[in-house]
Write a protein that binds this ligand. Structure first.
Ligand SMILES: [Zn+2]
Ligand SMILES: [Zn+2]
Length: 354
């Protein structure tokens, strides 16, 4: 095997270079994975523009991926060369207060593949063997590169504990469409998805949303949700945008005694205005969720492999590694693009759905 590989290195904010770098050296507990696809995520844009992980640059980003096992460390159990895989990107120390309590995401040493350490916009990536998941037969490489975002939504859905027949309003039509799909799978009714992108809202409808609200039609989302819930507000509201304004909206949209699931990521110093009075008198529940971890990964795989979530409707195109930077920009300007994959194995772009 060659000692070097092609990689997209995020050198410093707003600079990506495609160059040869050393193939990662694996330790005994690690595996080397030949990367097939990586999905472009909003986090990649934040890293690219220097809003996130700027202190880690230069770094190879990329964290939503699939590939095949190329090499095993000598302590790597349960895997073999050629296995089709993805990997849980969330790594922790395993011994701190939080890790001992199964709250890995709060670990003092928490770090994520492709976000804090080198990731998958490259020909190869390494990962600890016990983070690696073998893809079920019915699951394509492309869907395999979509497990990470689905696992995050699964994590949030479990935290919120949506019940049969309860009303769920989702603010946001990015991963919001998946929140709508999971609410539907949990038996919620009605499922309401609110967004500003007609193409994505159509996917939300396909995924089982009973009502979609396009705020571009000039509708007041809070008033619409109240209208659909006898004036009460929704039993559950999922915030999946990540702005102070939409968080404030979520608290106005939930009924007394209801639950707000906080999912969208705001800037670190953003604040919102809300009335503690409503929290107390309204006995409101707020559940945060940061990432899909542990069991969320096999759960996400089972939902896709059995066709309960059909992610292909969200897949827009595949571009070569060389086009990563332009694709990052296109995703900001072309509202018809949903999920774009990058691959070092393709030489020209392939359009998947329009
Ligand atoms: Zn992501
Ligand atoms: Zn820890």
């Amino acid at each position: 095997m060659s000692q070097t590989m092609k990689a997209a290195v995020f050198e410093k904010p707003n600079v990506i270079s495609i160059r040869q770098v050393p193939v990662p050296q694996i330790e005994d507990h690690e595996v080397l994975i030949k990367v097939k696809y990586t999905g472009i995520c909003g986090t990649d844009w934040s890293i690219y523009t220097g809003k996130y992980s700027a202190d880690k640059l230069p770094m190879i980003a990329g964290h939503e991926f699939s590939g095949t096992v190329a090499k095993l460390g000598k302590n790597a159990r349960g895997l073999k060369e050629g296995d089709r895989v993805t990997a849980d990107i969330n790594m922790a120390c395993g011994t701190c207060y939080y890790c001992r309590r199964g709250q890995k995401l709060m670990c003092r040493d928490f770090h994520q593949l492709g976000i804090h350490v080198d990731g998958t916009y490259a020909e190869y990536v390494k990962a600890p063997y016990d983070q690696v998941h073998v893809l079920p037969d019915g699951l394509s490489f492309m869907a395999g590169a979509f497990i990470e975002p689905v696992s995050c939504v699964v994590h949030s859905s479990k935290a919120a504990q949506v019940t049969h027949g309860s009303s769920v309003a989702v603010i946001g039509s990015g991963l919001g469409v998946l929140h709508g799909a999971l609410a539907r799978l949990r038996g919620a009714a009605p499922v309401i998805v609110i967004g500003d992108n007609a193409r994505r809202l159509a996917v939300a409808k396909e995924y089982g949303a009973d009502v979609i609200i396009n705020i571009k039609d000039g509708k007041d989302a809070v008033a619409e949700v109240k209208k659909l819930t006898d004036g009460r507000g929704a039993d559950f509201v999922v915030e999946a945008v990540g702005t102070p304004a939409t968080y404030e909206q979520a608290f106005r949209m939930v009924r007394p005694g209801g639950t707000v699931a906080a999912f969208g990521i705001c800037a670190g110093d953003d604040t919102i205005r809300m009335k503690p009075f409503d929290l107390v008198l309204g006995e409101m529940t707020v559940v945060g969720s940061c990432a899909g971890v542990g069991q969320d990964w096999p759960d996400a795989m089972a939902l896709i492999a059995n066709g309960h979530i059909k992610p292909e409707s969200m897949f827009s195109m595949v571009v070569p590694l060389e086009e990563l930077e332009s694709a990052l920009k296109e995703l900001r300007t072309n509202p018809d693009l949903i999920k774009v994959f990058v691959s070092a194995e393709v030489s020209k772009r392939e359009i998947l759905s329009k």
